[in-house]
Design a binder for this molecule. Structure first.
Ligand code: DAT
Length: 180
């Protein structure tokens, strides 16, 4: 993927990442509605197009085929205008994104959300540890320019609405700055 030239984008691409349960999908759907950008739920795409190497039975999750996934997404992402929703962020080419949002949730709020999804205790514990250790935030800071990585709290509906408003304002500013 590294050899493709940089094409101009007429709308921005935003990555919304974070530990499972922090609100990526809900926030992405609302932000897509508010901005007119297209929501790409990468987890659903992986399942629908079988971009995986089978199921990891221990965690009941798919083993991703990174190369297939990047190939599948490249054409859609190139012209811009996407909100990409995924729990991991270091698999994507750096040049894809204009803004990387890392959603964060407090332990006491995240735990019951994960329980509510019917995850087994191994999967709950793994995700709790991921959030406590700031794994996704560190990954985002290692993978993208510091100034495009933004950490946002996602504990309540109020915070989620605030986050959506911020994303909307950011997109409007980007469109102004890039229209000529
Ligand atoms: P993710 O896509 O990160 O796994 P989600 O959007 O599916 O998370 O949300 C998981 C559940 O938690 C879902 O029932 C909605 C709820 N939720 C997420 N973010 C929230 C927030 N900021 N306030 C209240 N509920 C939230």
């Amino acid at each position: 993927a590294g050899v493709a030239p940089h094409y101009p984008r007429y709308r921005p691409n935003i990555l919304i990442t974070g530990t499972p349960g922090t609100g990526k999908t809900t926030t992405s759907e609302m932000a897509a509605e508010a901005t007119g950008l297209t929501h790409i739920n990468v987890g659903d795409l992986v399942k629908a197009k079988s971009l995986h190497e089978g199921l990891d039975t221990e965690f009941n999750s798919y083993i991703l085929d990174d190369d297939k996934l990047i190939d599948e997404m490249e054409e859609v992402v190139r012209p811009g205008g996407n909100i990409v929703d995924f729990h991991s962020c270091d698999i994507f080419p750096e040049r894809w994104f204009d803004l990387v949002i890392v959603l964060r949730t407090d332990n006491g709020v995240l735990y019951p959300r994960l329980e509510g999804r019917g995850y087994n205790s191994k999967k709950i514990n793994e995700n709790m540890e991921c959030e406590i250790m700031q794994v996704v935030l560190e990954e985002a800071r290692d993978s993208y320019a510091e100034e495009i990585v933004v950490e946002l709290q996602s504990n309540s509906l109020e915070e989620m609405e605030e986050n959506v408003s911020r994303i909307k304002a950011w997109v409007e500013q980007w469109l102004k700055d890039n229209s000529n």
